[in-house]
Design a protein around this ligand. Structure first.
Ligand SMILES: Cc1ncc(COP(=O)(O)O)c(C=O)c1O
Length: 421
């Protein structure tokens, strides 16, 4: 067998236990990621511990799947209890957990119905299928002509259909041909959406968007965008489909990022934190006039809506209904804003904050985002770079003030030591 390694194995400062795990992973698992050279063995709250016993503040939080922190006691207890009782039935039968989860999620979203899946990409695919069906069955779009408007800079997952409307060449390269039926416009530009809908034969069924673009580097749309998009979609009879997989469920300081402009989309697309960082749970939620187009056999998933997922998802909703995580996200956001914005001009070029979610652009003359993440790791902070010199911070919403101060201090310290290349 060829000993194929990527540069993670050759990076310095790994000791034996770390090197062993990295080597096995790099040898036997495909190289679809380029992880930082840290091997995590335990996680509690906002902190993880590696195989060497070193502790790190987890400022990625599983791309916001860990909004409630590692091992939240109520989520773990709920999962453990369900693990002992019943884990999988398939949807060929009912189970005694899905109904309660569906009802709870409908209460949280204010929608009539939900459709459970597993990964985020599956939920996005579900929203695409539902939008197209709605277009044909309700709106009266001619067969095979349904069009969905998407936004530049989007990230909605990794299926061939979804990467087909991505503009990230790395994600697309080598995977063509792609699914037709998508039209891309600049993010946050309602006039461009209006132009794209202005279609003589009226084939546009939906606008699929992120209320703030996470993978793009926490890109927040201009004020009024969500409200104007809502008005436009209503006026033109087009579904407003909000991918809240990363922005939703407390991360931005509100239950949904759309709440920042008191906007209710036609379809919520949810994932990540819906599984409490324990298990993949995703769903879409919409009213009956939309989700009613789904009929037996027309869509499904072996694991979607299984009792373990439903038990965890029900507890996630219960946590969110208390409102404390949303409030804490706002407090964390204020601390991040005060700490990180002060570094603009001192090594940071820009800072974007939405609740406990920050995207910082580092002066590219100083370092790449990857180098910044390596430097932060040395200072006990785990984060993830994106697009060149941008780093995202999304600490678990259980992070305390000291944790946030540690994050800001680590960034300040890193920048203070940086010299232009
Ligand atoms: C906004 C958004 N949509 C969809 C996805 C895909 O989710 P998953 O990786 O669970 O398929 C992601 C993942 O980062 C995301 O951020």
């Amino acid at each position: 067998m060829t000993d194929v390694r990527n540069d993670a194995t050759t990076e310095p400062s790994t000791s034996a236990a770390t090197a062993r795990q990295i080597e096995a992973t790099e040898r036997f698992a495909a190289h679809n990621y380029h992880p930082l050279p840290v091997v995590i063995a335990e996680g509690h709250g906002a902190w993880v511990t590696d195989v060497e016993g070193r502790r790190y503040l987890d400022c990625l939080a599983g791309y916001s799947a860990l909004n409630f922190g590692h091992g939240h006691p109520r989520l773990v207890a709920r999962a453990a209890e369900q693990l002992q009782r019943l884990t999988l039935t398939s949807r060929a039968f009912y189970n005694d957990r899905l109904g309660g989860f569906a009802e709870a999620l409908c209460r949280l979203t204010g929608k009539d119905m939900m459709l459970p899946m597993n990964s985020g990409a599956e939920a996005v695919e579900t929203a695409i299928k539902v939008s197209r069906r709605w277009g044909y069955m309700v709106k009266g779009v001619p067969p095979e002509r349904a069009t969905i408007i998407t936004m530049q800079g989007n990230f909605h997952g990794r299926t061939t259909t979804i990467i087909g409307f991505s503009d990230d060449d790395v994600a697309r390269h080598g995977y063509a041909p792609f699914t037709p039926g998508f039209r891309s416009v600049p993010y946050g530009d309602v006039a461009a959406v209006a132009d794209a809908i202005d279609d003589a034969d009226d084939t546009v069924v939906a606008v699929l968007f992120e209320p703030a673009q996470g993978e793009a580097g926490v890109v927040v749309p201009p004020d009024g965008f969500l409200r104007d998009l809502r008005a436009l979609c209503t006026e033109r009879g087009v579904l407003m489909v909000a991918d809240e997989i990363q922005s939703g469920l407390g991360r931005t300081g509100r239950t949904f990022a759309c709440d920042h402009e008191d906007v209710v989309p036609d379809v919520y697309v949810l994932g990540k934190a819906l599984g409490g960082g324990i298990y993949p749970v995703s769903a879409i939620a919409a009213d009956r006039d939309v989700l009613g187009v789904i009929t037996p056999g027309s869509h499904g998933s072996t694991f979607g809506g299984n009792p373990l997922a439903a038990a965890i998802g029900t507890e996630v909703v219960a946590l969110l209904e208390e409102g404390t995580f949303q409030a804490r996200a706002r407090e964390i956001g204020d601390l991040l804003d005060a700490g990180l914005s002060a570094l603009v001009g001192k090594g940071l070029v820009a800072v974007r904050i939405r609740g406990a979610w920050a995207g910082v652009d580092i002066d590219p003359a100083l370092m790449t985002g990857r180098q910044a993440c390596e430097e932060l790791m040395e200072r006990g902070v785990l984060a993830k770079d994106t697009h060149g010199s941008t780093v995202r911070f999304a600490p678990p919403l259980v992070a305390d003030d000291e944790d946030v101060a540690l994050l800001v201090d680590a960034v300040r310290d890193m920048l203070a030591g940086a010299r232009p290349a």
